[in-house]
Design a protein around this ligand. Structure first.
Ligand SMILES: [Zn+2]
Length: 351
């Protein structure tokens, strides 16, 4: 699918920051505190972990309302500054109000998944009813239309999906660190053998391998820094939900055009159809995607290609230079460095 700037999460993020500047949000004590925290949470570089409580506070306000038979929509519109709820589904919702509630909606559907130590990732999990980002999807809808989305209690990523995304990132980071050890001392015999498996063809020499290892190491360092930073967001592309053309997509990133670090997790990510399964496959995908963003890799060849992933000097499309710029080669090198490849795995990718 072709995307426009408005489809990027980062574009909507910037709009959310602008919207939150509005003085028309509810000014009761409770809401004032929540809105202030929300403004501190949503920042230019992503989200501020110190103000995650804004997300929890909005969810809490909604669930407290539900317990008293107040629908989520009523609570959310009240927070967005609506004094009196409409009395019919066909009532128009002013544009500015829809925008204000959409900013709160993003924060309500946002999760910070923490693991041991400093490891944390953000997951934006919009309900299944959405077909676009809240700002776009809530725009122009009447009270009934807006209610259908705001009252949707589903979550695109389940609690266990969110946990798995966090674990995959942590596992990926372990591989990357082991790969950095190998790439930073390529002349050690065992290290050289691992490097050659993924990025050498018949014309490669020890000198070209040392240079290649340097390239790998520089990119891996950036990937590691990104995973360890306080902002890495997983979400999906809501407009691609139910697009059959998207069924086999694991994940993607906007390599050059998205200012924020966002990885889009798509339908095939959690499927069992890959040659690798579960944590091993999820970590592979995370490393693959981050290599696009941090090391500007391309998709020259995938692991399931009929000729495998062994670079071939006689192939202009997949020689050593191509492998060094290939996302799946980076991901597989990291999996291998992490000690997670079996003999049969090597056969599967023909290295
Ligand atoms: Zn890719």
């Amino acid at each position: 699918m072709a995307y426009e700037l408005k489809d990027l999460y980062a574009t909507r993020h910037a709009a959310t920051i602008q919207t939150l500047k509005s003085k028309d949000y509810a000014n009761t004590d409770d809401w004032k505190r929540i809105i202030d925290d929300t403004r501190r949470l949503v920042v230019g570089d992503g989200f501020n972990v110190d103000h995650y409580k804004a997300c929890e506070a909005i969810r809490k306000a909604v669930s407290a309302g539900v317990k008293k038979n107040v629908k989520a929509t009523a609570t959310m519109l009240t927070g967005a500054g609506l004094a009196k709820l409409p009395d019919r589904a066909s009532a128009a919702i002013p544009e500015a109000l829809a925008r204000r509630v959409s900013a709160l909606e993003v924060v309500r559907r946002l999760w910070l998944v923490k693991k041991s130590g400093s490891h944390k990732v953000w997951v934006l999990s919009l309900p299944d009813g959405y077909r676009d980002w809240p700002e776009a999807d809530l725009a122009g809808k009447d009270y009934g239309g807006i209610s259908a989305l705001l009252d949707d209690a589903t979550s695109h990523f389940s609690v266990s999906d969110r946990k798995h995304l966090s674990e995959a990132t942590q596992e990926g980071l372990k591989w990357v660190h082991k790969a950095m050890i190998i790439a930073s001392s390529p002349k050690e015999k065992k290290h050289m053998a691992t490097l050659k498996r993924w990025i050498a063809d018949d014309t490669s020499t020890d000198e070209t391998m040392v240079a290649a290892a340097e390239t790998l190491n520089a990119g891996l360092k950036k990937i590691s820094t990104r995973i360890k930073s306080t902002f890495l967001l997983f979400t999906d592309m809501p407009k691609d939900r139910h697009d059959p053309a998207n069924a086999n997509t694991n994940a993607f990133v906007f390599k050059d055009h998205e200012r924020l670090d966002v990885v889009y997790i798509e339908p095939a990510f959690f499927s069992e159809g890959d040659m690798f399964r579960d944590l091993k496959n999820w970590a592979r995908i995370v490393v693959h995607e981050l290599s696009h963003r941090e090391a500007k890799t391309e998709d020259h060849r995938y692991r399931h290609h009929a000729s495998g992933l062994k670079p071939d000097a006689t192939s202009a499309s997949f020689n050593a230079a191509r492998a060094l710029a290939n996302a799946d080669s980076w991901a597989m090198f990291c999996m291998d460095s992490g000690g997670r490849m079996t003999k049969s795995d090597y056969k599967k990718v023909q290295v």
